[in-house]
Write a protein that binds this ligand. Structure first.
Ligand SMILES: NC(=O)c1ccc[n+]([C@@H]2O[C@H](COP(=O)([O-])OP(=O)(O)OC[C@H]3O[C@@H](n4cnc5c(N)ncnc54)[C@H](OP(=O)(O)O)[C@@H]3O)[C@@H](O)[C@H]2O)c1
Length: 290
């Protein structure tokens, strides 16, 4: 690949078939970068040799590839570790060798979920699920192996490029009179378009390497998010009844508190993602089927 010019970066996006990559690739291109999205079939990040070859010739790697099946990770932690930890390490080593920078996407699940204030970036991590442990290991690997790297922890993602909670609520609204949704987990619903925009701004800014939080401002519960979807579609939000995480009984423990502080972005002079509700409305307004 020939070098890009005029400040444009040659960017490799791994996990190119995923939900975040769906919005990140066009956002990077709109900013003038030369982008190579590779899905698992093109570049399996668990393969160290494929990573070395794939990263060569790029200035920046954005790792959107991940094992994201949170419950399945409980019964196959080794499988999740291979992607989320070893895969991240493979990319970090390859980026370091190629003189490229690496931006790794991480998660609120690295925290214990028991806080009552937004988690600052330097709060001790204490994952409670297999998925969280493997993503935490990925953070360590990236920081150890590629000093010119960013970790962006995000949470509660939705977007046009994949199945997500918002589209599930719209489907259930059409299928059922009432539904129950957990009301004891608090977080920041985050649109992939907003996270993509933050990534574009972060890589263009004077290098603020390290850990940042890439989630929307404000907070709600899953029920609150479902009710907002109903309201936005002109449906009665009281059709969404509350339930508890315990009643749902999913295999992986969910953080009851996933609110992430934007402290490090503010210190770096980078504007955080805005209010979750405004973005949800924009997402729903932009697509008749969303
Ligand atoms: N979704 C959320 O709510 C959320 C919340 C917090 C953090 N995150 C993080 O955000 C990032 C993006 O998530 P997303 O929602 O866009 O996930 P996604 O839609 O599940 O996309 C992940 C992509 O990674 C690919 N992949 C899996 N194993 C791979 C491998 N060994 N090599 C190469 N590619 C592989 C998947 O391909 P296949 O389809 O073939 O498996 C998929 O295309 C991830 O790091 C995730 O941990 C997501």
């Amino acid at each position: 690949m020939s070098p890009a010019t005029n400040g444009a970066l040659r960017v490799l996006v791994t996990g190119g078939g995923g939900m975040l990559a769906h919005d990140l690739v066009p956002a990077l291109r709109a900013a003038g970068h030369v982008v190579t999205p590779l899905d698992r079939g093109d570049l399996d990040i668990t393969d160290a040799a494929e990573c070395l070859a794939g990263v060569e010739g790029h200035d920046l790697v954005v790792n959107c590839a991940a094992w994201t099946a949170v419950d399945a990770a409980e019964t196959d932690e080794a499988g999740a570790f291979a992607v989320n930890a070893v895969g991240a390490a493979n990319l970090a080593r390859a980026a370091s060798r190629a003189g490229a920078r690496l931006l790794q996407i991480s998660t609120d699940y690295v925290f214990d979920g028991n806080a009552t204030e937004p988690y600052p970036v330097d709060h001790p991590i204490a994952p409670r699920s297999a998925y969280g442990r493997t993503k935490a290991a990925g953070e360590w690997a990236v920081q150890a192996l590629c000093p010119q790297s960013w970790i962006i922890r995000t949470a509660w993602l939705y977007g046009a490029g994949g199945g997500n909670f918002v589209t599930t609520m719209l489907r259930l609204a059409a299928e059922r009179d009432t539904l129950t949704v957990v009301d004891d987990q608090v977080g920041q619903p985050t649109w992939t378009v907003d996270l993509a925009d933050l990534i574009v701004r972060l890589v263009a800014a004077p290098a603020a390497y390290g850990v940042h939080h890439g989630a929307a401002c404000g907070q709600t519960t899953w029920r609150g998010l479902a009710q907002a979807v109903f309201e936005e579609r002109g449906l009665d939000p009281e059709r969404v009844q509350p339930t508890t995480s315990a009643a749902l009984g999913l295999p992986a423990p969910r953080p009851s508190w996933s609110v992430l502080s934007h402290d490090s972005l503010e210190r770096a002079g980078i504007t955080p993602i805005g209010d979750w509700r405004a973005s949800l409305n924009a997402y729903l307004a932009g697509s008749a089927t969303a």
